[in-house]
Structures are given as structure tokens and as C-alpha cells.
Design a protein around this ligand. Sequence first.
Ligand code: ADP
Length: 169
Amino acid sequence: MTTITLVQGDITRQSADAIVNAANSSLLGGGGVDGAIHRRGGPAILEECRALRASRYGKGLPTGKAVATTAGALDARWVIHTVGPVHSVSEDRSDLLASCYRESLKVADELGARTVAFPAVSTGVYRWPMDDAARIAVETVRNAATAVQEVRFVLFDQHAYDAFARQVG
Ligand code: ADP
């Protein structure tokens, strides 16, 4: 059984086996969580991301997929980078958002991670409505077949925390 916990705060301050990054497909950094992770984690993470670009993801990491690097100076062993979908009103991309959580947990299982901290993927510059993103995140984690013991959602503000709390119940 996976336990879901909620924390309001900065994901880069968390201690966990793996911290998930809401990356973009370039893997070369960005704003939001991505910028914060690279700032606090230091240059080792970006170096590994560059190497992944060169070796496996020349066209970028596809939306809905996940890949791990080490975590540099963060209090974690790994950063799992996943690319959320940009929210669209004309196309249902829910399964791509669910895929971010599924694929990240799959990578966590491959690594042997038991505690995994997630941000609210796609709810920043990718504009996914918070309540819907929270529903997809919680449902997907609840339905995942994973050996991860704790999934911790780290929500940056009260609005995000409340949305996740309504889903967890
Ligand atoms: P995306 O491009 O997937 O939308 P963002 O990083 O822009 O990713 O935002 C995802 C969510 O993470 C937003 O709800 C944002 O408020 C939140 N966020 C931003 N910085 C942090 C942080 N340091 N820790 C946790 N959550 C964060």
C-alpha cells in the first residue's frame, strides 16, 4: 500500500529518496519547480540532463515520460524529471498528465525509491486547473501498482494544498 501525504512548501527543501521535477522536454532547465531544483541542486543535475539529451533524448523527453538523474546537493538520491502536458481546452490531455505520475513511479520502482515527492505537475506555466490536476494526480497514484511506500505531494501554496486535500479526503 502506498501512503499519500500532503505538505505545503518548497519541494527543494524536502528529504525523500526521489524528488520529481516538472521539467520541460528540453531537460535543460526552466522556471517554476524546474528552476528551483537546478538552483538548489547545483550544476551536477544539469550536466546529467545534458548527457541524457545527447545519448537518449536528442529530440527531448516526450510529454508524459520520466527519466532520473542524481540529485546533486538536494536532500534526495534522485531527481525524476517528467514532462507534463500543457493544458488544452480543445483536447483532453488527461492521460498524458496521469502518465507523468505512472511513469515517474515506474522509474522510482526501477531505482528502488521508497519515498517520492511530487509537485503539482502542469499547474504552473502549463496552466492545468488545480482541482482537475489534483484529481488526476491522486487517482493515478492510488491506482498505481508500485512498491513506493510514501508519495508526498508538495504543494507550493494554500490553494494547491486545499485542492489536493479535497481529493485525498
Ligand atoms: P509546469 O510547467 O509543469 O506547469 P511549474 O513549475 O510552472 O510546472 O509549476 C508546477 C507547480 O509547482 C505550480 O503549482 C507551482 O506553483 C509549483 N511550484 C513552483 N515552485 C515550486 C517549489 N519550489 N516547490 C513546490 N512547488 C513549486
